[in-house]
Ligand binder design. Structure first.
Ligand code: PDD
Length: 293
């Protein structure tokens, strides 16, 4: 994190301070976005900004910046790594006030934070060997479609996974597997790709939508339908998707082998298409830079 956008200004990290009375800190009264950038260009920015607008509206907070102002801030931060892959973190809280009071103030002055960090290159072992996950009861609230910063249940589920020797956890609610702690869920059953439908039980992932788009273009059959714990256990492939994980193949589920214990053939196909989509963005950025030189 080289510099931070804070309430209208770019400041150095050590000068990026928020009051202890900020409602984001006191109440978790805030929403966020994580936007990947490849070759200095944000990936699916319009979709991320649309989801941010949706999250803000859901918590009754006016969007503090226009679309073009967000694009300018995020565009600046994308350039911080000299074209390396980065993720841009954006957070809007309901701001800081003199007293701690649950009631939403009549006059709101939000806190706006944005910074970028390098996206670590995917560990090649993940593509070769996949990841292990556990299932865990979903103890979250009933608006998981809002990208809120109140992530304690997600953090505890992730910690439980690590304690059990796994990489991550999949939430289960009312007998249905909904999503990962910071990712969406896909399974392959009878050669068809399946992901749960959007709703208040899961985050409408941007990577999820892209995977469905790529599947459609490639003629891969898919369905958006609930995934029962039984169908999860019987799936021939299980994947977790997110802006930072991309498409991660799961090879162990609750200590049992998924499929033949290696990343599956449909994962290899979709991962190739996903990498190509990223590469197209990098090439477009290179072309743009050459034209500007
Ligand atoms: N999280 N579900 C949850 C609960 C998430 O937190 C995320 C992403 C996703 C995937 O969404 P997307 O494809 O738009 O990244 C699904 C981000 C990466 C995070 O919290 O860091």
């Amino acid at each position: 994190m080289d510099r931070v956008y804070l309430n209208g200004r770019f400041v150095s990290r050590e000068h990026a301070c928020v009051p202890v009375t900020d409602r984001g800190l006191l109440f978790g009264d805030s929403v966020y976005e994580v936007i990947p950038a490849y070759g200095g260009v944000p990936f699916r920015l319009a979709q991320h900004l649309q989801r941010l607008e949706r999250s803000l509206a859901a918590i009754r907070l006016d969007n503090p910046l226009s679309r073009s102002a967000w694009e300018a801030v995020i565009g600046e931060l994308c350039g911080d790594g000299g074209g390396e892959d980065r993720s841009i973190y954006v957070q809007v809280t309901r701001g800081a006030y003199p007293t701690r009071n649950h009631r939403i103030p009549a006059e709101v002055t939000p806190t706006v934070i944005a910074f970028s960090s390098p996206i670590p290159q995917r560990d090649p072992r993940i593509a070769q060997k996949g990841i292990a996950v556990i299932t865990t009861p979903d103890i979250r609230w009933h608006r998981c479609d809002i990208k809120a910063t109140t992530l304690l249940a997600n953090i505890l589920a992730q910690a439980e996974a690590v304690e059990k020797g796994a990489d991550d956890a999949i939430f289960v609610r009312d007998g249905l597997a909904t999503e990962g702690t910071a990712s969406n869920l896909f399974i392959v059953a009878e050669n068809r790709l399946i992901t749960p439908p959007k709703g208040d039980q899961l985050l409408p992932g941007i990577t999820r939508d892209l995977v469905l788009e790529l599947a459609k273009e490639a003629g891969v059959p898919y369905r958006e339908t609930p995934i029962t714990v039984d169908s999860l256990a019987q799936a021939t492939e299980v994947w977790l998707t997110s802006s930072t994980r991309e498409i991660a193949p799961v090879v162990r589920l609750d200590g049992r082998t998924v499929g033949d214990g290696r990343p599956g053939p449909l994962w290899r196909r979709m991962d190739r298409l996903f990498q190509q989509a990223k590469e197209r963005l990098r090439q477009a950025a290179r072309k743009r830079d050459e034209t500007n030189e």
